[in-house]
Design a protein around this ligand. Sequence first.
Ligand code: HEC
Length: 94
Amino acid sequence: MFLGSPKRDPYINATIELQGSAEHGGQLFRMNCAGCHGIGAQGLLGPDLHNVSNRRSDAKLIKQVVGGTTPPMPSFEMEPQAMADLLAHLHSLS
Ligand code: HEC
């Protein structure tokens, strides 16, 4: 859970500075997210995530995943590198 401006959060800053692997991010997605968002991110219980990176900033996307602010979506704890990989995967969903 983050307080204050997302731009100044050290976890978000660290994640945004890293180079993410969309391939590893895809694996993480299939393990952790596909149950609710669908194996192709087409949406099930959770919304369709195609083009989500055009609608939301990276800081917002990171907050969505680790913040736990929109139940029933749980909060995920992951290293900044894993989060950067997941972010690269979300960017690839167009
Ligand atoms: C238990 C089901 C569940 C799981 C697991 C889950 N989500 Fe979600 N997700 C949701 C729901 C429901 C919403 C809509 C929340 C809201 O805004 O009310 C959501 C919203 C989102 C959004 C915002 C979509 C938008 O249009 O703004 C993103 C991005 C997202 N999820 C990514 C992920 C990622 C990445 C994972 C895996 C790390 C994940 N979710 C795992 C249920 C889930």
